[in-house]
Design a protein around this ligand. Structure first.
Ligand code: ZN
Length: 104
């Protein structure tokens, strides 16, 4: 995991930091908002310090893929490539091993 600055222009205060895998961090890069693929409207990315996971994301397809429950969820999934094939395949193995999905 890497330490990500939630607001890339923000400081190193703990409230602006979160853990992120390499792919999500590099996919997010300096973005703080992106276009919701459903509405076409610009929306903020999910903020793990201020928002609740279950309000924005749900596991589908035998817990191997994420679906956005909100504009924030949909846009974050798209920007961070959270359903890319390699991670979906990994989740399938984690499901089979009883390690996924994590407790929210
Ligand atoms: Zn990730």
């Amino acid at each position: 995991m890497q330490v990500d600055h939630i607001d890339p222009n923000g400081d190193d205060n703990l409230e602006n930091l979160c853990l992120s895998c390499w792919n999500c961090n590099s996919s997010k890069h300096k973005a703080t908002s992106v276009i919701d693929p459903e509405s076409g409207e610009r929306t903020a990315l999910f903020n793990p310090r201020l928002q609740r996971w279950n309000d924005h994301f749900v596991w589908i397809d035998n817990n191997t893929q994420l679906e956005g429950l909100s504009a924030v969820g949909r846009a974050t999934i798209e920007r961070l490539k959270m359903n890319r094939p390699v991670i979906v395949a990994a989740r399938q193995r984690w499901v089979e091993g009883g390690h996924h999905p994590p407790d929210a």
